[in-house]
Structure formats: structure tokens, C-alpha cells
Unconditional design. Structure first.
Length: 185
């Protein structure tokens, strides 16, 4: 039997790789919408799982883009609330309603319900709210990539000259620097 690469899956993935994968899951979520049968929440489970994974991957892509590490993100598990908190600290701004929805999804463990809890699928957030959240996160993360390319020619340098000596990451324009250790929680 051939030996496996000791590198953890995703360890070498770039922010752009994760964002692209998130977009594939996003597209699949919209395709899965066609399989939903009115009055049968079980038929929406695949869409939920795909949409939530798209949100998770987009938040991870944003964190990597802003200087986070794969090891840090892996320690978060599937906790969308923790990812959102770090992404917000790194400069991601979502509408209050969207941020509250991501926090509720995490609190109510909708990721686990979509995967393992058919008896609870009638108690989770509405599909249209989930799709709206997925769309907003995808749009904001996509714009972050555009802004990063426009402001940093290499699109890889998350540290600015003034703050890198202090171990701080440059945040969004006007937001001031953010501590590197917050990204490495």
C-alpha cells in the first residue's frame, strides 16, 4: 500500500483555491434547489449542506486571504460563528441580519442537523434565508479578492510595512491593523 502524504488536506490550498471551491458548492446548492419538494424538509437537506459548506469555505478563504493559516482554520472545525468572528475582526463586513443568521446557524448546529438530523430539519432556518446568507458571504468575499488584487500587486502580502514589525496584520482601509494572534487563535 502506498504511503499517504502527511500533509493535511487543504494545508496547501490558497485563499483563491478555497474561494473557487466555495463557488462550486454554491452553484451545486442552487442546482439542488430543484429537488426540493414542498412540505418535505428532508428534500432540502442536500441544499442546506451545500450552502453551509459554501459559507464555511468562503469564510476560510477570507481568513487565509487576510493572513490566517490553514492550521488555525482547521482548529475551528465547522464552527461558522467562530469563523465569522475572526473574519469580522479581519475586516469582513456583513449586514447585521446576515451576521445574526450565521451566528444562529452556528448556535442551532444547523450544519449537524443537515448532515445527521432528519427529525430536526423542520426546525432550521428557511431555505431562502440560507441562500441569501450564502449569496451575501460569497459576494463580500469575492469583492475582497478584487480589492486585494487592486491594492496589493502580489495579492499575497497580508502584512503592511508599519505593522509587520509589531506582528500585526493590516486590516481594511480605515479599520487599522489587527493582531496576527487573533487570526492564529
Amino acid at each position: 500500500m502506498a504511503e499517504r502524504d502527511p500533509i493535511y488536506p487543504g494545508e496547501r490550498a490558497s485563499a483563491r483555491d478555497l474561494h473557487r471551491l466555495a463557488e462550486v458548492y454554491r452553484d451545486a446548492a442552487f442546482r439542488a434547489a430543484g429537488a426540493i419538494q414542498r412540505g418535505d424538509p428532508l428534500t432540502a437537506a442536500p441544499l442546506r449542506l451545500l450552502a453551509l459548506h459554501s459559507v464555511e469555505l468562503n469564510l476560510s478563504a477570507y481568513l487565509i486571504l487576510k493572513g490566517g493559516t490553514a492550521a488555525t482554520i482547521r482548529r475551528l472545525g465547522h464552527d461558522l460563528g467562530a469563523r465569522l468572528a475572526l473574519a469580522t475582526e479581519a475586516g469582513l463586513v456583513l449586514r447585521r441580519r446576515t451576521a445574526a443568521h450565521v451566528e444562529a446557524v452556528a448556535r442551532d448546529r444547523e450544519y449537524l442537523v443537515a448532515r445527521y438530523g432528519p427529525e430536526l430539519l423542520g426546525t432550521v432556518s428557511q431555505v431562502n434565508r440560507l441562500l441569501a446568507t450564502m449569496e451575501e458571504v460569497a459576494g463580500k468575499v469575492s469583492r475582497a479578492f478584487v480589492c486585494e488584487i487592486a491594492t496589493v500587486p502580489s495579492a499575497i502580502a497580508p502584512f503592511d510595512a508599519a505593522s509587520s514589525a509589531e506582528g500585526r496584520v493590516a486590516g481594511p482601509a480605515g479599520a487599522g491593523p489587527m493582531s496576527q494572534t487573533s487570526l492564529d487563535r
